[in-house]
Design a protein around this ligand. Structure first.
Ligand code: ATP
Length: 326
C-alpha cells in the first residue's frame, strides 16, 4: 500500500483527500496516516491540509523498495521486485529466486554488492549508496544459442535510458559496455541455466555508476559516473524506472524476430566502435580491423586486411580501441 500511495501522490496534481485514500485501499484513516508518517520519515515532503488532504511537496532522492515499486509502470519488467540492502551479487540472488519459482521479469536490486562480478571472473566495484546494481530474471522459451543477444538488448536499453534521463551522449562499446565520453559507466553480465535443449532461466545483471565517486587506481582512466559526466544530479530510482521501460520495449522487438534485426539500426547508431579501428582480443590470437557494426545475431563485423570481414562473437572476446579502451 505504501508504494501505491506514493505512486498516487506523485501522479496527483494538488491534494488527494484522506477519505479517497481510505476508500481506495479499504483501510482506516489511522492506517493511511501511518503510511504518510512513514513516508515523511524517509524524507518525502508531504503537506497535510485539513479539509483538502495530502500533497507531495518535495521529492528526495530515495532509493528503496517502495520508491522503486511506485515507479514501475511496465507490464512485466520489474513488476515483481526484490530489494536487498546488501547482497553478494544480484545475479546469484536472481538465480536462487528463479529456482524457487520467481516469475519471469522479476527484478533484483541491491544497494550494495559484496561480490560484484563481471565477465570471465572479473570483479565489478560495487560500493554502497552510489550506484545501481540490479538483475532481471527471464524465463524465455527460445533456444539457448539466442540468449547471448539479450546482453545487447539490455545494453541498448541502458544506453537509451541514460541518454533520456541524464541528457548525455551515451554510446555502446561492443558488445555491452555503456560509455560516456569514452569512459565506462555500465557493465552487464548475462548468465543462463540450461537443461537439455531448454533454457531454465537467464539472468541479466547490470551495474551503473551513478553518483560521484572515487574509483580505485586501476579504474581511474577507464571508468566514470553519470553525475561526473553530465554535471547534473541523477536519481537512481528514476534511471532504473526508465531502464525497465526501455528494456521491456526493446525485448518485445527482439522477441518478434528472435534476433536483433528490429534493433540493428538503433544499436549501430550508438555503437562507439562503428567505423573505427579496433583491436580484437581473441583468445585464439589478437588482430586489428575496422569495425563496421553488428549483424542481426549481434556479432561485430570487422573488416580485416583488405576486404575480408570477420564476424566476432561476443562470448570470449573483448574489443579495444587502438590507443585505449574505445
Ligand atoms: P571489456 O570488454 O572492456 O573487457 P567486459 O565487458 O569484458 O569489458 P565487464 O565484465 O563488463 O568486462 O566488466 C569487468 C571489468 O570492468 C573489470 O575488469 C574492470 O576493468 C572494470 N570495472 C570494474 N568495476 C567497474 C566499475 N564500477 N565501473 C567501471 N568499470 C569497472
Amino acid at each position: 500500500m505504501k508504494a501505491e500511495i506514493l505512486s498516487l501522490l506523485r501522479k496527483t496534481e494538488g491534494y488527494i483527500s484522506g477519505q479517497e485514500l481510505c476508500e481506495r485501499f479499504g483501510v482506516t484513516r489511522a492506517a493511511v496516516w501511518k503510511v504518510i508518517n512513514g513516508l515523511k520519515k524517509e524524507g518525502y515532503g508531504i503537506e497535510a491540509v485539513t479539509g483538502r488532504g495530502y500533497r507531495l511537496s518535495s521529492l528526495p532522492d530515495v532509493f528503496s523498495a517502495e520508491e522503486l515499486e511506485s515507479r514501475m509502470h511496465t507490464e512485466w519488467a520489474g513488476r515483481n521486485l526484490v530489494f536487498y540492502e546488501s547482497t553478494g551479487s544480484t545475479n546469484i540472488q536472481a538465480k536462487l529466486l528463479a529456482e524457487e519459482g520467481a516469475p519471469s521479469g522479476t527484478l533484483v536490486v541491491a544497494e550494495k554488492q559484496t561480490q560484484g562480478r563481471g565477465r570471465r571472473g572479473r570483479t565489478w566495484a560495487s560500493p554502497a549508496g552510489r550506484n545501481l546494481y540490479f538483475t532481471i530474471l527471464l524465463k524465455p522459451e527460445f533456444a539457448p544459442d539466442k540468449a547471448s543477444m539479450l546482453t545487447l538488448v539490455m545494453a541498448l536499453a541502458v544506453q537509451g535510458a541514460v541518454a533520456e534521463v541524464c541528457g548525455v551522449d551515451a554510446q555502446i562499446k561492443w558488445p555491452n559496455d555503456v560509455v560516456v565520453n569514452g569512459r565506462k559507466v555500465t557493465g552487464i553480465l548475462t548468465e543462463m541455466s540450461v537443461q537439455g535443449e531448454y533454457i531454465q532461466h537467464v539472468v541479466i545483471g547490470v551495474g551503473v555508476n551513478v553518483k560521484e565517486q572515487e574509483f580505485v587506481p586501476e579504474l581511474k582512466e577507464k571508468a566514470a559516473s553519470l553525475e561526473q559526466e553530465s554535471g547534473m544530479p541523477v536519481s537512481r530510482a528514476a534511471l532504473l524506472e526508465k531502464i525497465m521501460e526501455h528494456f521491456e520495449h526493446d525485448y518485445t522487438l527482439f522477441m518478434k524476430k528472435l534476433n536483433l534485426s528490429l534493433l540493428l539500426e538503433q544499436y549501430n547508431a550508438v555503437l562507439v566502435n562503428c567505423g573505427r579501428e579496433v583491436r580484437v582480443l581473441d583468445p585464439a590470437g589478437e588482430y586489428m580491423g575496422i569495425a563496421q557494426g553488428i549483424n542481426e545475431k549481434g556479432e561485430l563485423c570487422v573488416e580485416v586486411s583488405g576486404k575480408k570481414v570477420k564476424k566476432v562473437y561476443a562470448g570470449e572476446v573483448s574489443v579495444r580501441g587502438v590507443y585505449g579502451y574505445v
